[in-house]
Ligand binder design. Structure first.
Ligand code: HEM
Length: 258
């Protein structure tokens, strides 16, 4: 069955053709050029909006940020444009990921075992975890809701003379709470994408992941793109590791712990 992830992998658009994704043996294509381009535009404008926002709204703590943007007045001028650019690129990413971010029965099952995910109790995800897991989907939809809140409250604060004092005051609170919630989530996101789940960052740099990463974190997606049973692939890899271990001593804690 073709998911939208497969669709954009197989039918590259104009931006995909501007870049190159090299997939080596033992790897799978995860994110094509267009997805990576949108992701890093979102990332850049998120941090520009965040730093300029901190400089404006908490100047007594973060006044060292404003010179980076050309002074206080310039920072105030640029912040809404950074925010709009963030929302613009995230809106394109939302359209791009709409198919793979849809909630499924497997996601509801995943949520029931979120404790064991957080405690890192199982080395391999359950067989029904697809292209994104429920945690990633929840964060994605939180960013969608946060972005809508940013635009509405941002426009109200941008044109206070139109909307009046009370709406502006409420908007300050909602805008800041949305930013704090999103920032908190992004810390986890960056941790998981780098040190937390090694091998993930290359999905957004080179666009590929190892097959071992795929069967570990997204077994249903692995099965969908390779046609192979993920647990059989794990068994096979474990046997190969055992042979290698016997020949040259222990060289993998991870696989022998599976
Ligand atoms: C240095 C900062 C960042 C790093 C290293 C990073 C890394 C990554 C990686 C490796 C993925 C692919 C995960 C996968 O294929 O399973 C990803 C996906 C994603 N990123 Fe980022 N990212 C960063 C910043 C951001 C920011 C600022 C946002 C939005 C505000 C964002 C939103 C997302 C979303 C929604 C996804 C898809 C779902 C998910 O994997 O959680 N990222 N990111």
């Amino acid at each position: 069955m073709a998911t939208s992830a497969n669709r954009f992998v197989h039918r590259p658009n104009a931006i995909d053709r501007l870049g190159r994704t090299v997939v080596y043996a033992g790897e799978l294509l995860r994110h094509p050029v267009y997805t990576r381009f949108l992701h890093w535009m979102v990332g850049i404008f998120f941090f520009l909006a965040l730093l300029s926002g901190f400089g404006i709204y908490l100047p007594w703590i973060f006044r060292f940020f404003t010179p980076l943007f050309g002074g206080g007045a310039m920072t105030r001028f640029l912040h809404p444009w950074f925010g709009l650019a963030f929302v613009f690129f995230f809106a394109l990413q939302t359209i791009n990921w709409l198919g793979v971010m849809r909630w499924t029965a497997a996601d509801s099952r995943w949520m029931k075992r979120i404790k064991s995910y957080v405690a890192n109790e199982e080395a391999v995800e359950p067989k029904d975890v697809g292209f994104f897991n429920a945690g990633q989907k929840m964060q994605f939809w939180e960013i969608v809701c946060g972005s809508i809140a940013f635009v509405i409250t941002g426009v109200i604060m941008w044109f206070p003379e139109i909307f009046g004092r009370i709406l502006v005051a409420i908007s300050y609170v909602v805008h800041d709470i949305s930013a704090l919630i999103m920032l908190f989530g992004i810390f986890f996101h960056i941790y998981l994408s780098t040190f937390g789940e090694p091998g993930t960052i290359q999905a957004m740099t080179r666009g590929t992941v190892s097959e071992a990463w795929a069967w570990t974190h997204h077994p249903a997606w692995y099965q969908e793109v390779t046609g192979r049973d993920p647990y059989e692939a794990i068994d096979e890899a474990r046997k190969q590791m055992d042979v290698r271990e016997r020949e040259s001593g222990p060289d993998s804690d991870r696989l022998s712990s599976l």
